[in-house]
Ligand binder design. Structure first.
Ligand code: AMP
Ligand code: MG
Length: 339
């Protein structure tokens, strides 16, 4: 299959791919998605094939506005509209009960579905034009870091999908925040672009699913199927070092060798001569870290590094999402340096 590249001037032919059951990679403010008509079970099956994604990992449905929620969801709580008024379009996915028209392959057979309205205007225009909800996971090979440019998408998907819309680099850089509104209190299933602090500001109590900050033990049943899979991982094993940035930088400088790759905050790069270094932003700029973390993880796959050491922000603000992605890339192999 030849993968076509579209520019934002080409909304109509891109939407046509979705209408005829094809696969289209779409830009969003978080990461690139791999989209298909969310009401067409055959089209959605092709997403799983292209990604090598396990069938029991559900997809998010993308809509152009909160007005579409009643088409696909029922028993919608008021909290849903409180959140959509405040954060849509934007990096927030809400879990709601779905209507019977949503195919099982989208929801992995769950009674619930993840709904999101992305902030990228080109993608909203494509969805409007296609007049279909677009089922889309991240447009990477399953298990790999998520793509934040059209180039990353092609690295994984060239020849496997019908097209990619190039909407430029993603402005947030980590996936959407997922909050389950079918339970009381609402529960954070994945930290992302909308922070836990922002959610609590609007909703009051929000629980954090244990899988956000630690590895699930073998007998434990995950709340969302995706939580049980290894994620975001480059080829080389990753070790995350948490603690004061000066100390973690010094620790990694001692522990690493010439064959190591390093993910560090900008200001510590001079500590790692002779290593393959990816900087992700300064220690106090978590938004920059979110924009660069997947690009950094991906970059090591074109090098020969044997292992990767990474600094990590504290679990606050969007730092919680950055730390979550790094921890998962490391399979929760984390060294905590005490103060
Ligand atoms: P991605 O495939 O990277 O876009 O991520 C989609 C995420 O949404 C996965 O972690 C899924 O497990 C999660 N998800 C989608 N639908 C649901 C749902 N109904 N309940 C819980 N999690 C969901
Ligand atoms: Mg993904």
């Amino acid at each position: 299959m030849k993968t076509q590249c579209f520019t934002p001037a080409e909304i109509a032919p891109a939407a046509e791919i979705l209408r005829r059951g094809g696969l289209l990679a779409i830009p969003t403010e978080t990461v690139y998605g791999l989209g298909a008509d969310g009401l067409d079970p055959v089209a959605v099956t092709h997403i799983f094939e292209a990604k090598g994604r396990p069938q029991d990992n559900p997809l998010i449905l993308h809509v152009p506005s909160a007005d579409w929620l009643t088409r696909y969801c029922e028993d919608i709580p008021d909290t849903a509209y409180v959140l959509t008024r405040r954060f849509w379009p934007g990096p927030l996915t809400i879990i709601l009960k779905h209507k019977p028209l949503i195919p099982d392959v989208v929801t992995a057979g769950l009674p619930t579905v993840g709904m999101r309205c992305p902030a990228h205007p080109v993608t909203r225009a494509i969805i409007e034009r296609a007049d279909r909800p677009v089922a889309a996971p991240s447009a990477n090979t399953s298990g790999k870091p998520s793509p934040t440019t059209a180039r990353h998408v092609l690295d994984d998907m060239d020849g496997k999908i019908d097209g990619v819309m190039d909407g430029g680099p993603c402005s947030v850089g980590v996936e959407s925040t997922i909050v389950d509104l079918t339970v009381t209190p609402p529960r954070l299933l994945r930290p992302g672009g909308v922070t836990l602090e922002q959610l609590r500001d609007v909703l009051g109590a929000v629980e954090v699913d244990p899988a956000v900050t630690r590895l699930m033990s073998p007998g434990e049943k995950p709340r969302a199927p995706g939580m049980k899979y290894r994620h975001y991982a480059p080829n080389a094993p990753v070790t995350v070092v948490k603690g004061d940035p000066e100390e973690t930088a010094r620790y990694i400088a001692c522990a690493s060798d010439q064959g190591s790759g390093i993910i560090c905050f900008d200001e510590f790069q001079p500590l790692f001569p002779g290593r393959v270094v990816e900087t992700i932003g300064s220690a106090d700029d978590e938004a920059a870290q979110a924009r660069h973390v997947f690009d950094a993880l991906r970059a090591f796959d074109s090098t020969h590094v044997k292992q990767i050491w990474s600094q990590c922000p504290p679990d606050e603000g969007i730092g919680l999402a950055v730390a979550n992605r790094l921890n998962k890339a490391a399979g929760f192999h984390i060294i905590h340096l005490k103060k």
